[in-house]
Design a protein around this ligand. Structure first.
Ligand code: MF3
Ligand code: CO
Ligand code: CO
Length: 260
């Protein structure tokens, strides 16, 4: 229920787990191109986690989820199930979301990939979603509230005539994959009561839609799509509140803030 404050020892373990999660996305990047199946990408990431990292893929069997990553193409908002029949093609936008467990602690991160050359509106959606993540992150510091994080994200999305998904959110993270608090990405009034303190660790992972915000769960009970079947984009980091601001655990090599 209540938000756990992590000890210095826990923070160090989460730093390691976060780095390993980021490394999975770095490893997979060169393979993400037209013609490959998401099942193949999932297999590469699974093998890397198990054999190279000695991490546990947290999504595998999580509430019955059948894969070691979520891969969500175009109108898929989140929780796309990788498959050997799902082939990437020129013009697709795709999110790959990985969560590893190392030494009992979770690191959770996702990013978008553009396959070949994508339409300008698809590129703009992907970029604005990325800016939303970073604008949200930049609000994080002691005594700020999650309302400020959400407001920054929603404002930027809507200024660009995009919409924010309401049904899925970021989350506290630690020894458990999903802990309190729920990190909503739209300015819900109850977020004003969630005051950030050093040692809190959570994800920010806005899902931004090209059209309407509404989503639909497919019959497989996992895949979430936009109701209007227009594109959706998402980026995710795991971060801690520090004495002066934030520390991102899942930064990739050379990654810089992406701001409007
Ligand atoms: N990684 C996702 C998140 O960001 C959760 C995936 S849960 C699964 O919270 F079961 F769909 F894998
Ligand atoms: Co997450
Ligand atoms: Co994730």
């Amino acid at each position: 229920m209540s938000i756990k404050i992590k000890t210095a020892e826990e923070i160090q373990k989460m730093r390691v787990a976060g780095q390993l999660a980021a490394n999975v996305l770095e490893m997979i990047a060169p393979y993400v191109k037209a013609g490959v199946t998401t099942g193949y990408l999932n297999q590469l990431m699974h093998d890397y986690m198990i054999n190279e990292q000695n991490t546990i893929p947290a999504t595998l069997n999580y509430h019955g989820f059948p894969a070691s990553s979520c891969i969500s193409i175009n109108q898929v908002v989140c929780h796309g199930i990788p498959g050997d029949k799902k082939k990437l093609k020129n013009g697709d936008i795709v999110n790959i979301d990985v969560t590893v467990i190392k030494d009992g602690y979770h690191g959770d991160t996702s990013r978008m990939f553009e396959i070949g050359s994508v339409k300008p509106f698809a590129h703009r959606l992907t970029r604005v979603a990325h800016e939303c993540l970073w604008l949200g992150i930049q609000q994080v510091k002691p005594e700020a509230t999650l309302y400020q994080v959400a407001l920054a994200i929603q404002t930027h999305a809507e200024n660009n005539h995009f919409s924010v998904v309401k049904e899925y959110c970021g989350h506290g993270i630690g020894a458990d994959f999903h802990e309190a608090p729920q990190v909503l990405h739209y300015a819900a009034p109850e977020l004003k009561d969630i005051i950030l303190k050093p040692g809190m660790v959570f994800t920010i992972e806005p899902m931004i839609n090209l059209g309407k915000a509404d989503v639909k769960l497919l019959a497989d009970n996992w895949t979430v799509v936009t109701k209007d079947r227009k594109l959706s984009a998402q980026w995710e980091h795991t971060l801690a509140v520090t004495e002066t601001g934030y520390e991102i655990f899942t930064l990739r090599a050379g990654e810089q803030p992406v701001l409007p």
